[in-house]
Every structure is written in C-alpha cells, then in structure tokens.
Design a protein around this ligand. Structure first.
Ligand code: PRP
Ligand code: URA
Length: 207
C-alpha cells in the first residue's frame, strides 16, 4: 500500500506476536510494547533529513552528519504512552507533545480531552505515536491538530493497522507516511481490529 511501510523485521514480528497473545499480562505487555516501539523507530526515522558536519576525532578530522531538525514526539493518550519511554531513550533530546483522544463506544468518533503541543510545529520532525490504527478516526483527528499547528514533516508509527484505518488516513492526509508492524484483516462490528491485540490501553494498564 502506497505510503505504508510494514516492518517485517523478525524481532518486530516476534514481539508483535507476544503482544497479540491474550496470555501476555500488563507487566510484560508494557515491556514488550516498549521494545517493539524502539525497533520500529529505527525504520520510521530512516528518512530523517541530515546535514553534513565535520568533527575532529582525537586523531584526525572526520566527516559526519547531524539531524537537520529537532524531534517532537506526540503520543496519543492513553495507549501511545506505552511506546513513548523507549523512543525517548533513543532520542533523549526530543520534545514531547500530548494528544488525549477517546473513541466514543457507540459512534466510534474520537473526542479530544487533552491537547498540549508546541504552538509552531513547522521546524520539527514530528512522530505521531499510537499503537492502534483502527477506524483511523483518532489518527486523523490527531493529524488535523498537528497540521493546524503548522507541522510539515510528520510520520505515524502504529503497531497494528486495519485496512479501513489506513484508507481513512490516506484520504484525509495522503502524504502522511505510516509505519506499522502489521496490516490486519478488518474491523469487527465494534470497531476493534481483527485479529489485532484487543484494547491496547486496557492491556497496557490492566483496566
Ligand atoms: C484506541 C487506540 C487508538 C484508537 C484507535 O484508543 O489507542 O488511539 O483507539 O481507534 P480508531 O482508529 O478507531 O480511532 P481509545 O480511544 O480506546 O483510548 P485509550 O487509548 O485511552 O484506550
Ligand atoms: N483500539 C484498540 O485499542 N484496539 C482496537 O482493536 C481498536 C481500537
């Protein structure tokens, strides 16, 4: 699917399978989600812009690179929190914005309950983080807000994606690159991804 990168690395797929397993308890779920998030980050940041930089080693001059833009991580609450810490360990100087969204159970519409982002996102690489892309309502709402704040370089990292959600995001934000570990079969009648991994927030926090 255009604009969608499925990360098939064996470690990613191994961890995804552990997360799918209904026997995986919250303590292990949190740890494994963190591990898989950092593995996914490598792929998701592969195309980050860099600029050349020269440094001196103790022995000689060396040519290298530095990131062109600072990074803003934007986890979607709650479940995005499960991927945040491990990503922050890899990009410790990243800024962090938060978007609180909750799907209404009957309409499946995503409703904002928290917004906290830098006012001007235009100079940054923005990574939108949410383990589940189901109907796509939450990702589109989050992306609308990020775009309103001027972001020009955004990518979405979602562990599991439904075809319906990908189509919805492609429709509203055709240029948003999506990185996922799996494109699953479909949504069930309650808007859950099949086979998916259940309710990511509940499995993370044991609620
Ligand atoms: C879940 C998930 C996504 C959203 C995906 O969040 O973490 O944010 O659903 O569904 P969508 O693509 O149909 O919008 P939820 O609203 O259940 O909140 P939670 O993370 O607090 O559990
Ligand atoms: N949110 C989840 O946490 N899981 C799904 O399958 C769909 C939405």
């Amino acid at each position: 699917m255009k604009g969608v990168t499925v990360i098939r690395h064996p470690l990613v797929q191994h961890n995804l399978t552990r997360l799918r397993d209904h026997r995986t308890r919250p303590q292990e779920f949190r740890r494994v989600l963190g591990e898989v998030a950092s593995l996914m980050l490598y792929e998701a940041t592969r195309s980050f812009a860099v600029r050349p930089l020269s440094v001196r080693t103790p022995l000689a001059p060396a040519r290298g690179f530095q990131l062109e833009r600072e990074v803003v991580l934007v986890p979607v609450l709650r479940a995005g929190l499960g991927m945040l810490d491990s990503i922050l360990q890899l990009i410790p100087n990243a800024r962090v914005g938060f978007i609180g969204l909750k799907r209404e159970e009957t309409t499946l519409r995503a409703m904002f309950y928290h917004k906290s982002l830098p006012a001007d996102l235009s100079p940054f690489e923005v990574i939108l983080i949410d383990p589940m892309l189901a109907t796509g309502g939450s990702a589109v709402a989050a992306m609308d807000l990020i775009a309103e704040n001027g972001a020009r370089h955004v990518r979405l990292v979602s562990l599991v994606a439904a075809p319906e959600g990908i189509r919805r995001v492609r429709l509203d934000h055709p240029k948003l690159p999506i990185f996922t570990a799996a494109i699953d079969k479909k949504l069930n009648e309650k808007g859950y991804i099949l086979p998916g991994l259940g309710d990511a927030g509940d499995r993370l926090f044991g609620v």
